[in-house]
Design a protein around this ligand. Structure first.
Ligand code: F6P
Length: 308
């Protein structure tokens, strides 16, 4: 193996830069060159890339986002484009590492079917990739939500306000569940079925009765919006709600140590898998260890999950 590529795709996730570093550092020990494509699959299509070395990647390991840039590429969904790109990559490179979420995996699977040796690394703040205990960026997003809401609740406590705070996660409720627990929320709505006006009313009344100075409800964006929550509670109870959407503050920020370390491990393992001649694999955490699974099996599992 002489030269490989890497790209970050989909929503940025803190720890992506650390994964690139793990890959580049391991590649250097084996004398393999690494190029990083700019803005995900967009850069792959246009051949926009830069040479990566441990020295030029290291300054980014403690910074959120992805220094390579990312995109949700519509162009790469076209099979003619995929074919052209695969032909070029097969001529120029010995393998490719794709760092991103579920959508990015589809592109990685396609490329591996077209003969490009491809390994995917799970990175998304949503923690919504099946069959891995963790995705890169999730722990940092949990930190961001908890620290931000802690600040907001100091003001809420002074005014005895009731808050409904919407967190990200797409269809998954992990971010809502973890942060709701850490914040001792009065209610966590991580799935639409979790919501009941009478339960929220009861929780508010119990919290008031216990002398708590504020009430907090954490809502997963996939379950309902904070605005809907407010509308239901205000229409059907006597309570007023402060609704708030945390937004992209959840996705930025310097990665926590755990995301950096996981990033290094994922990057290193991705290199070792390519070097062993593997392809069509996605990395995952199982029982705390980094393992590799087939992207095709992952796809089939996801399809069954969404059908049921
Ligand atoms: O997948 C990451 C994520 O932050 C989701 O939690 C959220 O629904 C989505 O991306 C937001 O995407 P965008 O930044 O493109 O609005």
């Amino acid at each position: 193996m002489k030269k490989i590529g890497v790209l970050t795709s989909g929503g940025d996730a803190p720890g992506m830069n650390a994964a690139i570093y793990g890959l580049v550092e391991e590649a250097e020990t084996q004398g393999v060159e690494v190029v990083g494509f700019i803005d995900g699959y967009e850069g792959l299509i246009d051949g926009k890339a830069k040479a990566l070395t441990p020295a030029n990647v290291k300054p980014h390991i403690g910074i959120g986002g992805t220094f390579l840039g990312t995109a949700r590429s519509e162009r790469f969904k076209d099979s003619a484009v995929q074919q052209q790109v695969a032909e070029r990559i097969n001529e120029e490179l010995d393998g490719l590492v794709v760092i991103g979420g579920d959508g990015s995996y589809q592109g990685a699977l396609k490329l591996s079917e077209l003969g490009v040796h491809t390994i995917a690394i799970p990175a998304t703040i949503d923690n919504d990739i099946s069959r891995t205990e963790l995705t890169l960026g999730f722990k940092t997003a949990v930190r961001n939500v908890v620290e931000t809401v802690d600040i907001m609740m100091q003001s809420a406590a002074s005014h005895h306000h009731i808050y409904g705070i919407e967190v990200m996660g797409r269809r998954a409720g992990d971010l809502a569940e973890w942060t709701g627990k850490a914040l001792a929320a009065d209610g966590i709505i991580s799935k639409t079925e979790d919501f009941s006006v009478s339960q929220v009313r009861e929780a508010i009344e119990m919290s008031f009765a216990a002398g708590k100075s504020y009430q907090l409800f954490i809502i997963a964006e996939g379950a309902m919006s904070a605005a809907e929550f407010k509308r239901h509670i205000e229409n059907e109870t006597v309570y007023g709600i402060h609704d708030f959407v945390l937004g992209h503050i959840q996705r930025g920020g310097n990665p926590v140590a755990e995301d950096r370390m996981l990033g290094f491990d994922f990057g290193k393992e991705a290199f070792n898998r390519l070097s062993a001649g593997d392809t069509g694999l996605c990395l995952a955490v199982e029982a705390g260890e980094v393992v590799a699974q087939s992207i095709e099996d992952h796809r089939a599992f996801e399809d069954r999950r969404h059908l049921s």
